[in-house]
Unconditional design. Structure first.
Lengths: 240, 298
């Protein structure tokens, strides 16, 4: 193949149409990427609610998904930049390690569950259990989140520009939760906390990374762990 | 796991395509439940005809000559349309109860899937595609319908354990989840006089709704009652003669997504089920909120 032609091909996104090719072929091609590959731009057409689109990608490529996806899109992502131009089903970005995932629409339940790192941005609303058991991931939701979000959250930051449903942060360890709107109720051991200068600075950084403009960090309230569940209280022994 | 779908048409122009649209929706969710599948379709009503959908393990033996024998027993006209293991018996509305009794004595092996003015119910063991093909569902017309593909948890994989369950005239229900207090609720409903065909938890939910509506509640009010009276995991999709309803338990871990346009309201366990509907790209798409009743009526 002439060099010019190869260069031209590399300058364009590699397009995978899921009406034509299988999901397995897409994910295998993504997993076959070697470090330093020139195939850095990918485009996925007609996802039509497919499960597990672009899971386990471990190279710093960018992937644009044109349409809505089903379960577990971008799961275990390590370093890639995934943009879903639609909505995402349950478990988007589950156990993400690094990189970023942007959902232009809404996300279903347990978005970013158990995520260890990276940034998950949901430009619409997220459903229940957003950030459940998060372990270091940063999640920014432009809209609202559902009930039981940040359940047993361990570390990382959850930023919500809208409202939060019932039992926010139930049994939380050390993650930071920032909510701009109302919270229907707080879960066990989750309390409102002071918004100190270091938190304002952290929030500004997260809003900048998530492309949020016109919103001030001071508009948020911070919630976190009261740390009363860390050790067993012998007075509660009768309950067991 | 299970997959459930529902489609309520607002645009009469789509009515000839109801069976085809609902079939595509259900087949797209086949991998959520390979055990059995079923579909309930609400067709046009004339007001002077009732339909009873029956099923037989030996259709050739049981359906032969049944129309004449049943007409004689009832003293009323009867027609029977056979579709594989199922058949739709048509007679006058005042003869439905008598027909149920006569059917059981004329053909003891026949099971009644459901009855009413509008509904026809088809369900069998097998994948959705096989069930849709067997009953020629794609050619069916109607105003609304619901469907289910089952991964069994609470009772055996049999025709009668498949959804939809129908426990009242033109009422039926499909369910994703499992109920934990169904034995208690069944006992209470039996005391009220309700009859059960199976040990299945979903049949109890269907009978609960039938009982509530028999006491004068509308579909929305009856669905509201499930939130306090039924314990367990559920997303229910329910059909009545002119209505269609959805409710999820307060924990709402069973998935649900809905779409609405000027032409229809659609329900799917996943977005995959909705992708072939007309105008889906511009539809309002949302997840039904937990512990919130949604219903539409014609």
């Amino acid at each position: 193949m002439p060099a010019t032609s190869k260069a031209m091909r590399d300058s364009h996104a590699r397009v995978f149409d899921l009406d034509v090719l299988s999901l397995r072929e897409l994910n295998q091609a993504l997993h076959n990427l070697a470090p330093g590959s020139n195939e850095t731009a990918w485009e996925v057409l007609n996802p039509k609610g497919s499960h597990s689109v672009a899971v386990g990608v471990d190279q710093p490529v960018s992937i644009d998904v044109r349409g809505s996806v089903g379960y577990y899109c971008g799961g275990m992502n390590s370093g890639s930049t995934i943009t879903v131009h639609g909505s995402a089903g349950p478990g988007v970005g589950e156990n993400m390690m690094s990189g970023s995932i942007v959902i232009k629409g809404d996300a279903s339940q347990y978005a970013g569950a158990t995520g260890k790192g990276g940034l998950l941005v949901i430009e619409g609303n997220a459903s229940s259990r957003c950030g459940i058991s998060m372990k270091g991931i940063d999640i920014v939701v432009h809209g609202n989140i559902g009930h039981m979000s940040a359940f047993m959250a361990q570390s990382g930051n959850l930023v919500v520009l809208g409202d939060a449903g019932d039992a926010l942060g139930d049994s939380i360890y050390e993650a930071r939760l920032f909510v701009r709107g109302k919270v229907d109720s707080l879960g066990a051991d989750c309390i409102a906390k002071e918004l100190r200068p270091e938190h304002l600075e952290l929030l500004q950084g997260l809003l900048d990374r998530a492309g949020v403009t016109g919103v001030k960090p001071s508009e948020f309230k911070r919630y976190g762990s009261a740390r009363t569940l860390y050790n067993f209280n012998i007075d509660n022994a009768d309950a067991y | 796991m299970c997959g459930i779908v529902g489609l309520f048409l607002k645009d009469k122009a789509l009515e000839p395509k109801l069976g085809a649209m609902l079939s595509e929706m259900l087949v797209s969710l086949s991998d959520r439940g390979p055990d059995s599948a079923g579909i309930a379709i609400y067709g046009a009503t004339s007001g002077n005809e009732a339909k009873i959908t029956i099923q037989s393990p030996k259709p050739e033996r049981d359906f032969r000559g049944l129309d004449a024998e049943l007409a004689k027993a009832l003293g009323a006209p009867v027609s029977i349309a056979v579709k594989s293991t199922h058949a739709v018996v048509r007679t006058t509305p005042d003869k439905v109860d008598a027909a149920r009794e006569a059917l059981q004595s004329l053909r003891p092996d026949i099971r009644i899937m459901g009855a009413g003015e509008a509904v026809e119910i088809y369900k069998e063991v097998g994948l959705p595609e096989a069930v849709v093909e067997r009953f020629d569902v794609r050619k069916m017309t109607g105003t609304h319908g619901i469907g289910h593909t089952r991964m069994a948890t609470e009772s055996a994989v049999t025709t009668m354990g498949a959804h939809p369950f129908s426990t009242g005239a033109d009422q039926c229900l499909v369910h994703n989840g499992s109920l934990s207090n169904h034995n208690n609720v069944r006992r209470e409903l039996v005391r009220e006089g309700m009859k059960f065909e199976t040990e299945n938890d979903t049949e109890v939910a269907a009978a609960y709704l039938s009982s509530q509506m028999a006491h004068g509640k509308n579909l929305g009010e009856a669905l509201e009652g499930t939130l306090s009276d039924l314990d367990g995991f559920f997303t229910f999709v329910v059909g009545t003669k002119n209505g269609f309803g959805v409710v999820r338990d307060p924990i709402a871990c069973k998935p649900a997504v809905m779409a609405e346009t000027d032409q229809y309201v659609a329900f799917g366990s996943e977005y995959r089920a909705l992708t072939k509907l007309p105008g889906i790209d511009n539809a309002k798409v949302w997840e039904p909120e937990p512990a919130t009743v949604y219903f539409w009526e014609h």
